[in-house]
Design a protein around this ligand. Structure first.
Ligand SMILES: [Zn+2]
Length: 470
């Protein structure tokens, strides 16, 4: 009886799953003729990459006008917000029935600068070589921005039924000062304030040879806490050394700083990440990752993790010595010297406490230790959401064996700014890359495989369709 009941139940459940498996979103996306959209995505990405939005100075207004033209042609209501000479944000929206709160697709239109002489093809050519589209921004993040725009246009043309507003927001200046997002949040917070979800950069899906593909969904990021050290001392002629000159004292202090070990702290997100990637590791690492919290009591294991730059940053605040400035002339002992540290704090770390500890390590009251610029408190989003589940579902539709796991970004994303409004923000990239290709971000020969762009448009659309039909 019990068995029979169970049987009935499981039958009911499987029926329910089957009907849900064939969601209206599913039927909708299967009816779409994808080829022409995928062809168009590749052509438009090439065109978009040819707009030079190197920041500084940015000149993102040209990119905003590119999106404006596309949206006007596709009947997607939009507004361009110029906020400084040559700079603008663009907002577009497809109205839903209002039963759920909006989803925002956020991207930045600026790119970091490129040195053409280090490139195989001109960095603003959008050229295709061996099935890969080259261009500054092809991974960070004009590819995703263009795919988000395609999703808006396809949704409009294919009459995707929306239970919530679908918002597109492309901003300026993410790579330098975040003035584009800051302007929106200050002058038009109503555009995004009521949204429930936001998808932007910060996800990373790596194809690991012999191990499989790991989809990292960015749910939190470390936060920059940049610091300048300035030493002062007596200057003089280089032929008469000064034992405690500014440069000498600074170098000694920096020696202590770079040898300074930060305490290990395991965040729940990072613990979840280690548990997920355990299955890709050989023993004994696999078991250690599965039991990472207790494994961290083992000093040898901690050392091996700290020696691996792919993992170390996840477990502690980091300090990179990046800028060094002393005198301009070999025979002159300068009376001042300075250095800058790129410090990245884990969510939960206290910047004031870090500063106090750093001053102790510097241990020289003639060296000023001061933060550079403003500091933003780190934040994080939960994975227990309909959007996270929609992403998992669609990823597994395309790659049944892919491992989907939350990640903590070493870099900063604008999620930090939007989470403060209460939005659940994820870094999600709809493309898969080898580590070699991913390493071209911010580097020469940045490029994205044509096939990934074609596939990515569809993946992102399906994620959006899943969420907006629930
Ligand atoms: Zn970026």
């Amino acid at each position: 009886m019990k068995k029979a009941l169970l049987g009935t139940f499981s039958l009911l459940i499987s029926c329910a799953v089957a009907t849900r498996g064939q969601t209206s979103a599913d039927e909708h996306t299967q009816r779409i003729a994808w080829e022409p959209y995928q062809d168009r995505a590749v052509r438009l990405l090439q065109e978009y990459l040819r707009i030079d939005t190197s920041n500084p100075p940015g000149n993102e207004l040209k990119a905003a006008e590119f999106f404006l033209r596309l949206f006007d042609e596709a009947g997607v209501p939009n507004t361009v917000y110029p906020y400084a000479p040559g700079r603008a944000d663009i907002y577009a929206v497809l109205k839903g029935d209002g039963s759920q709160r909006p989803l925002v697709l956020l991207n930045h239109m600026d790119v970091v600068q490129a040195t053409p002489s280090s490139w195989r093809v001109p960095p603003f050519s959008g050229e295709i070589l061996d099935g890969e589209i080259y261009g500054r921004g092809s991974l960070d993040m004009k590819d995703e921005g263009l795919m988000q725009a395609m999703v808006m246009m396809i949704a409009a043309q294919q009459h995707l039924s929306l239970n919530r507003d679908l918002i597109f927001l492309a901003t300026s200046d993410e790579e330098v000062g975040d003035t584009g997002s800051a302007w929106i949040l200050e002058h038009h917070p109503e555009l995004v304030r009521d949204a429930e979800y936001l998808i932007t950069e910060g996800g990373s899906n790596l194809i690991l040879p012999g191990q499989g593909t790991v989809y990292g969904i960015g749910v939190a990021e470390k936060v920059p806490f940049w610091i300048r050290l300035t030493a002062h001392g007596r200057g003089g002629h280089g032929s008469i050394p000064i034992a405690d000159s500014a440069t000498v004292r600074l170098v000694r202090a920096l020696g202590r700083v770079v040898d300074w070990n930060q305490p290990v702290r395991l965040l729940p997100t990072v613990e979840e990440y280690f548990h997920a990637v355990a299955r890709l590791q050989p023993e004994p690492r696999a078991s250690q990752y599965r039991t990472i919290r207790s494994a961290l009591d083992n000093p040898d294991f901690v050392k091996s993790l700290m020696d691996d730059e792919n993992f170390a940053y996840l477990l502690h605040d980091t300090v990179s010595l990046t800028v060094l400035q002393g005198g301009p002339q070999t025979n002159v002992i300068p009376d001042a010297a300075s250095a800058e540290l790129d410090v990245r704090l884990l969510p939960g770390s206290d910047p004031e406490e870090f500063l106090r500890a750093l001053r102790k390590v510097v241990a020289d009251d003639q060296i000023a230790v001061e933060p550079l610029g403003r500091y933003r408190r780190p934040n994080a989003s939960s994975t227990d959401t309909a959007l996270y589940r929609a992403i998992e579902q669609v990823v597994h539709r395309y790659n049944a064996l892919a491992l989907v796991t939350p990640t903590l970004n070493s870099g900063y994303t604008e999620c930090q700014m939007y989470r403060t409004l209460g939005l659940t923000c994820y870094g999600f990239a709809p493309i898969e890359l080898t580590p070699q290709l991913e390493a071209t971000e911010h580097a020469p020969n940045e490029r994205v495989p044509v096939e990934q762009v074609r596939r990515g448009v569809r993946v992102l659309y399906e994620v959006v369709a899943e969420l907006t039909s629930r």
